[in-house]
Structure formats: structure tokens, C-alpha cells
Write a protein that binds this ligand. Sequence first.
Ligand code: ATP
Ligand code: MG
Length: 475
Amino acid sequence: FSRPNHRPIAAALQQSQNDDFVLEDVPHLTNFLPNLPSYPNPLHSSQAYSIVKNTFVSQEDVVAQNIVIRKDNPRGVHFRRAGPREKVYFKPEEVRACIVTCGGLCPGINTVIREIVCGLNNMYGVEDILGIEEGYRGFYSKNTVRLTPKVVNDIHKRGGTLLRTSRGGHDTQKIVDNIADRGINQVYIIGGDGTQRGAARIYEEVEKRGLHVAVAGIPKTIDNDIAVIDKSFGFDTAVEEAQRAINAAHVEVESVENGVGIVKLMGRYSGFIAMFATLASRDVDCCLIPESPFYLEGRGGLYEFLDQRLKENGHLVIVIAEGAGQEYVAAEVPAVNQKDASGNRLLLDVGPWLSDKIKDHFTKAQKMPINMKYIDPTYMIRAIPSNAADNIYCTLLAHSVVHGAMAGYTGFTVGPVNSRHAYIPISRVTEKQKTVELTGRMWARLLASTNQPSFISSDLEGVVQGIDSLNITSI
Ligand code: ATP
Ligand code: MG
């Protein structure tokens, strides 16, 4: 991500860019509005920040993507460190900010909304904050709501999004017309991969029109599949709640003869929730994720493993991510090829398919009656408020994004990279999805914990390598 008209960066950074150091910088309003005046950051006189030792983040502070240093490896990609800057490019009384939430629900959205509003107000004295209702289309089809610290005071205790959400209906021209007409100069966009792609289009159009508007994205995905950042908000909460479903399945199957529990968890293309919930719970016999192709019959297959476990323990629990085994379901269920309003392919429901398969296997092939308990906690997990760790994380995200927009950054998203919050170009988080690396240590830990088959037969090794070559982040 190198833009020829990027604001000149500090000499030291420029120097180091000549060797193996890469700075993936984010755009700044002064790139296309060079005559913008700057103002001292109001945090200079803020009660909270005036006592902080180093209140402001230096322009030269960067966060390294590669934290483990290996001899002879290049220093690689770095991002600007997030945080308050000495100078701001908006007078607080001239700021008119808006917040919009799009895509599916995820624990913590309300906390992010709350902390953007309170951060803007308490730290910078911004009072004019608008809520855009029902996603992107709300820009041109709904009235706005005024957001004040009082309005958002206790919304973090509720699941969902105060501003409601939607899919589809993204008309960049109409949205930017609306931003200009309403005199909005800071746009905070909370949403998943599709939403962030939409945010990139909005930023490009804003820049084309030369508007003094900062466009900032806050990546939201319960699946934790956003590239670059350590973890997405709501993920910890989701794992915790998923464990409750696994526990329920375990209690059920332990209490009956030949109990078989199946818990279907979220994870369209990435099995992080299933993997972490399995590792955390220890009650799971087998975890199936989209990244790891599995097979049912034959040596090393799922049936063989389940036969053995049921014989040994008298019960078993399987966790399956919603995107796993799609190719098997597709081969047996008539093709529907449906899409949602945003154009995303709708997945086939692998949970009931797997339940039927396993039921048939035991009752017909093995002549052994089983007690099947199938649990799909998806909507229960999505709808809960965020836990303590996620609430704190959401606060940091929101404050970081507010500091960035006030400092004049635009076309950026925010998130922790190796535990330090950084400003990341939007394009970097949408170009690839983060997936579980099958040759990584975390998946090996899971295999060691459940003792399940890896399902990697010699003819599948190429597939696994192919999948892993798409990954850019491993845990
Ligand atoms: P999640 O998948 O986590 O539920 P998402 O943000 O990916 O969240 P989508 O329904 O795909 O959810 O997209 C949300 C909004 O972003 C919709 O209004 C959609 O029109 C818009 N959008 C999706 N993809 C794009 C794209 N490629 N370019 C512009 N806008 C997009
Ligand atoms: Mg999406």
C-alpha cells in the first residue's frame, strides 16, 4: 500500500524504508487537502490525559507485524501506532461525526458505539454525533438519531446494535452525497469484510470529491477472520458462550446410553471459534473446521474414530463449524445457490446433515441405537452483550479510532497488532481472510488435546498446503 502522494514521513523512517523495513501507512487528510490548518490536541488540557507521562504518540512510532525475530529475516511490515497525536485536524466544535453499523450481529458492537461517543465527547469535547440507522442504506433512507453520552450510557449491557443493521443497499454515491449534505466530517463504520470494502469505496469517493471528511472503519467479525489484527472484538465472548453450549451437550450425552452430541458453531470460512471453544472446553472429542477437509468412511475417517470413542467412553461430543464439510452437503442436497442481500453465498446447513449421517451410521451400519443431541447456539451467541475482556478491548478500539480520525487519518481501520493498537489501511484487512493454519501450532495443540484424526491422508496433503498458502497470519 504505497501511495505516491503520501504525507512525508519522518526522515528516520524514510531512511529505514530503504532496507528491509516496510511501513504500510494510512492515508491522511493532508494528502489531498494540503492546506488544512492543524490545532493543538485538546487532550493537552484534559483532566485525564494531562497527568499521563507521554500523552502523545510520536509520528515515528510504528508497530511491527513480525514479532518473532529470526536471524536474517527481513524486518518486514510495520503499521503506524494508534493513539492521540499532538496536533489535530478538526476543531472539536466543528466536528460532526456519524456512526453506522452493518452486517451481522456480534457481541460488543454497542460497547464500540458507546465508547466512540464518550471518547469523542469526553476527550475532545465533540458534541455533534449522529447515529445512522439500519446500516449503509440508512444514510439515504432514514433520519439520523442524535447520540450523546447520556443516550449511550448503558447500551454496552445489551446485545445487538443500538443503531440496528442491514445487508445490501450500498450506494456509494448516495452515501457520500448524504455525508456532504449533512455536513458530516467524521464517519465511523463498524462492520465485517463487506462493510469494510464499502468503507474503502466511501473513502475513495470522499477523496475524489476533495471533502474534509475522515473515514474510519472498525472491523467486526465474530469469526475472528480479519487479517492482520490479533483478534476481533466479540470473539472472546463468543468462545465463552460456545463453551456453555458444549457443556450442555456434554451433560446431555453423559446422562444417557450412547449419547452423541453435535454442536454447530459459527465460522463460515475460518474455524477459530470452534477451535478455541474446543481447546477451552476439553469436553470435545472431535472438532471439524472449514480449513480441514475431513472424510467419513475408511481408515483414519470420522466414523472409525467415533466408533472407537463411543466404545471407550459411552458418549461423545462433536463440534462443527458452519462452513465445514460444505462440499459433502452440496453433493447430497439439491443445489440452491442462494445469496443474501449483500451477495454473500448462503451456506448449506451442515449440522443436521452430519447428525443424519452419524445417526444412519450407528443405527444402520453398526446396528447400535444412539441418543443424538444436536445444538445450534448461533443466534444465542451473536446476541449476547460482550464480556469484561471484550468490553475493555472495545473501549481501546473506539478510543484509538477517535484519536486517528481527530488526527486527520482517513481510509483506515484500527486493531491490535502484536498487542499494540495500530492504524491499518482498509485494503489490508479486506484483501485476505485470516484462517486457521493447519500446519500451525494451535491446530496441532487441538489435535493433541482431542486426539482426533488429522484427516490428512497422502492425497489430501496437497489440499492442505494449498489452503495454508492462502494464510497470512498464524497463531
Ligand atoms: P458479516 O459478514 O460479519 O456479517 P459484513 O460487513 O461482511 O458482516 P455484508 O452483509 O457482507 O456484511 O456487508 C455489509 C454491507 O456492506 C452491506 O450494506 C453491503 O452492501 C456492503 N458491501 C458488502 N460487500 C461490499 C463490496 N464488495 N463493496 C461495497 N460494499 C459492500
Ligand atoms: Mg462478511
